[in-house]
Design a protein around this ligand. Structure first.
Ligand code: DHB
Length: 482
């Protein structure tokens, strides 16, 4: 009797555990279910036209969020879709999903909203709605966030993990949500451009799975259709060497109100970092579209330099074609309205050095990137071998984490689905990172079979979203499969 009592007790116990477990799953599952009725109706004016939209504000996209203020997204849908109308070539189910992030400086980024941008025009979200896109604007954690106990909660790779969780939420609810989760187009500027590159490059990569599990992300694919990246501050672990390969000859710097001349120590650091670059570049075995190798000799000269220069020449040519007067640049050779040559050294001098070496992995641990690579308990860390060697305590960030923040590690890798379409912009007057960085990214993507539109628009400094007409023209073209 006692045996049966014990058996039935054990049975109840097991059933209770199972119920608790299945409740937990159900509860988590519920948390990730889209509620189509929970919206308000709003409007925004774009070029004099009033665009009404449904606003689903603040959808929490992870079942176990760490910081619910940031791990949420705003979803916007043109109201016209609910009135049986088509917008352009799209309807409520086929509309591509524009996914902008608001991250700058690897800081926390709140979910974006339609409105006016810094130039006083409609921002990218407002323009997207006016063109019939569904907008999913996720917030993501960033490097300065802390929980109540003071632990840091937004160090790398939190920002990309959150973006992936948002993609997974969209896919999880694709049937009941407006827009086509197979047509997600990411957009961002600077650190946000780097994040856009990461979400585009790293689809379904296993490296992020433990982090995704921790925050209760939906178990779905997280690859996307296309990525738009303005001045991506990316490839951080090689950006110091690229910076000195580019600006190494310049001893004066000027950046965000600070200016001066490099010290003798800094010149030595610059030389050492510059010498590292050719070996890194050659290790990538990049090729032109025609299959010719992109390489550099030990002095940093070679076909890769010509490749980078070709983007500067194309930029000058476009400016000339658009009617700009380039006669004040003696380092451009222009014959019969054609830019025949450009003196690369003079072009770089014209850009000017912004940062002091090492530009990203600062020896004094005071760069945004040092702060990005901190941990729950350590605010700032070094992340490259060079800076580790040249520090007093020889500490360095976990290299597995550093790996998760560099799209170059994932493009074309086995088990990874990289976005097919890319639009990358790095202004020809931008010295936040080297022009070599987006050039390398573009070449790697092209070599992996992606369709890449990479340009360095003339006279444009570090900035983003400055050409929304062209940007959305590109979106429309790729979304329609033209
Ligand atoms: C940003 C700019 C930088 O120069 C940098 O190193 C990191 C981030 C930014 O504005 O996002």
């Amino acid at each position: 009797m006692l045996f049966f009592k014990l058996l039935s007790l054990a049975f109840c116990f097991v059933v209770a555990i199972c119920l608790t477990a299945s409740n937990a799953v159900a509860a988590d599952g519920d948390k990730l279910t889209f509620d189509a009725e929970k919206f308000t109706t709003k409007s925004v004016t774009v070029d004099g036209q009033v665009v009404a939209y449904r606003a689903y504000d603040g959808i929490v996209y992870a079942a176990k969020p760490v910081d619910v203020q940031y791990q949420r997204m705003n979803l916007y849908v043109p109201t016209a879709y609910y009135e049986g109308k088509a917008l352009g070539r799209f309807n409520v189910d086929t509309a591509p999903i524009f996914m902008p992030n608001m991250v700058g400086g690897y800081m926390p980024g709140m979910p974006g909203t339609p409105g006016v941008d810094r130039r006083g025009g409609p921002n990218a979200i407002a323009v997207a709605l006016s063109k019939g896109f569904v907008v999913a604007a996720p917030g993501v954690r960033g490097r300065t966030l802390r929980d109540e106990s003071g632990r840091f909660t937004g160090k790398a790779p939190a920002c990309i993990v959150d973006l992936k969780a948002a993609v997974r939420y969209l896919r999880h609810n694709d049937k009941s949500m407006p827009g086509d989760a197979e047509k997600i187009i990411s957009n961002g500027t600077s650190a946000g451009g780097a994040l856009s590159a990461l979400i585009g490059a790293t689809g379904n990569a296993p490296d992020y799975l433990p982090y995704l599990k921790d925050i209760g992300a939906a178990e779905e694919r997280d690859d996307i259709f296309a990525s738009s990246c303005y001045c991506p501050i990316t490839n951080l672990d090689h950006a110091d060497a690229a910076y000195e390969w580019t600006f190494g000859g310049l001893s004066e710097y000027k950046f965000r109100g600070r200016s001066g001349k490099l010290s003798e120590d800094q010149v030595n650091i610059s030389d050492a970092l510059k010498r590292q670059f050719p070996a890194y570049l050659d290790s990538l075995a990049l090729k032109t579209d025609e299959g010719a190798p992109l390489s550099l000799d030990e002095n940093g000269e070679g076909s890769f330099k010509d490749y980078v220069k070709s983007f500067a020449i194309a930029s000058a040519q476009k400016a000339l074609d658009d009617g700009k007067d380039l006669s004040s640049y003696p380092w451009l050779t222009i014959e019969e309205k054609t830019v025949k040559d450009l003196d690369f050294g003079q072009f770089i001098k014209f850009m000017g050095r912004g940062k002091t070496p090492p530009a990203f992995d600062a020896l004094d641990l005071r760069s945004p990137e040092n702060n990005l690579f901190g941990t729950a308990l350590v605010d700032n860390q070094r992340f490259t071998e060079y800076s580790r060697e040249h520090s007093t305590d020889h500490s360095i960030a976990d290299q597995a984490v550093v790996r998760t923040m560099n799209p170059m590690n994932f493009i074309g890798a086995k088990g990874v689905a990289t976005a097919k379409y890319w639009r990358i912009r790095h202004g020809a007057a931008d010295n936040d990172t080297s022009l070599a960085i987006p050039a390398i990214l573009s070449a790697k993507l092209r070599n992996a079979g992606c369709v890449v539109d990479f340009k360095a628009p003339w006279g444009v400094p570090y900035s983003g979203d400055y050409d929304l007409t062209e940007l959305f023209g590109w979106f429309e073209k790729i979304a329609a499969g033209d």
